[in-house]
Design a protein around this ligand. Structure first.
Ligand code: SF4
Ligand code: SF4
Ligand code: SF4
Length: 330
């Protein structure tokens, strides 16, 4: 384990344990080692002893904001609860969105902030070792040591970091009760929307071809939707049968409709946490769709999702001085 991860892991175990022992929180959400290399699984600790299983490294890619409201609701059966949770920049912004959408109350969570130095996309590591079985990945300060039967090789950590982390403009939590690490001083990427601008420069025909190619291998497993903290509808439009908004098949029209509508449902709410892409078994880059809308929302409304719990969401509010006058027409 890298020195930095070891320090954060030790501090996290200690702090979560103290918060649980003092009764400041009733449960604490973090991560622990999974059963296969490069997979970390969420862990809900209820005691300081359980908190000793927490681990922090570059493979903590699932966004805990996804299940936080359900956890709070479940524990609320025991009375007033407060749940501790680790949060990087994008995760904390998703927690802000949950507060804005009345899924959580601020006082129900205690956020322990960690400045993100970028998470690794395991798929990228596997691609470098195609055809070879990876049995162990050890994270060093700036490298990963990847081992399997008959090999042990070193790869640069940054070369396999997720796309969203490379262009991240908020590595530090925007909402927190305490920080576990010092704030990141990472410089924001100069042109964080360059991938989107490249797609915008395509002709409509080229863009259509690009989009069809991007979603062609989608098997509609909905792992992307299930990993996303914004997709909490009791019945998602793809599961609705009366009316049936979209067919259930792998027909390109049905697949396209799923992706376009899901992206629009995330407009003004997506914090580019990358959990959707990390969960996709087919390597589909659906963030490029939500990112386009993130860029448009920033240009049209001057806001980014999840920056302030008291700020109204751009697509959930309107004013009489909005540029379009449709709300004035009877
Ligand atoms: S996770 Fe990937 S394959 Fe599954 S529905 Fe989403 S885009 Fe399609
Ligand atoms: S895709 Fe849309 S309807 Fe389905 S869960 Fe997400 S936000 Fe809700
Ligand atoms: S759409 Fe993807 S990137 Fe955006 S909040 Fe959901 S999981 Fe995160």
């Amino acid at each position: 384990m890298s020195q930095l991860n070891e320090t954060i892991t030790r501090a996290l175990r200690e702090r979560a344990g103290d918060l649980l022992a003092a009764g400041t929180v009733d449960a604490f959400v973090g991560f622990t080692t999974g059963t296969v290399p490069m997979v970390m699984r969420p862990l809900v600790a209820r005691t300081p002893e359980e908190a000793r299983q927490f681990v922090w490294n570059s493979f903590c890619v699932l966004n805990p904001a996804n299940f936080l409201p359900e956890l709070v609701q479940t524990l609320s059966g025991e009375g007033q609860v407060r749940v501790g949770v680790v949060a990087t920049g994008c995760w904390s912004r998703n927690m802000v969105v949950q507060i804005q959408e009345n899924r959580l109350r601020r006082e129900q969570i205690h956020i322990v902030g960690i400045a993100s130095r970028g998470m690794v996309l395991p798929r990228r590591v596997r691609a470098l070792f195609a055809g070879r079985e990876i049995t162990r990945v050890e994270e060093k300060e700036h490298e990963l040591v990847v081992s399997g039967p008959g090999f042990s090789e070193t790869v640069s950590r940054w070369s396999v970091v997720r796309d969203n982390c490379r262009t991240c403009s908020h590595p530090n939590p925007v909402l927190f009760d305490e920080m576990l690490t010092s704030h990141s001083t990472r410089n924001p990427v100069a042109d964080r929307f360059d991938q989107i601008e490249e797609i915008e420069r395509m002709t409509p025909e080229e863009r259509y071809q690009w989009f069809q190619g991007e979603v062609a291998t989608c098997i509609r497993c909905y792992a992307c939707r299930n990993a996303c903290p914004l997709c909490y509808c009791p019945t998602c439009f793809v599961d609705e049968s009366r009316p049936q908004w979209v067919g259930k098949s792998l027909d390109p029209v049905d697949v396209s409709l799923f992706h376009i509508l899901r992206a629009y449902h995330c407009a003004g709410r997506c914090t580019d946490c990358g959990a959707c892409e990390a969960a996709c078994p087919m390597g589909i880059r659906m963030r490029l769709f939500t990112r386009k809308l993130e860029k448009d929302v920033l240009a049209l409304f001057g806001t980014e999702a999840g920056m302030d719990p008291g700020q109204p969401q751009p697509l959930a509010t309107y004013g009489l001085d909005d540029p379009q006058d449709f709300m004035l027409r009877g």
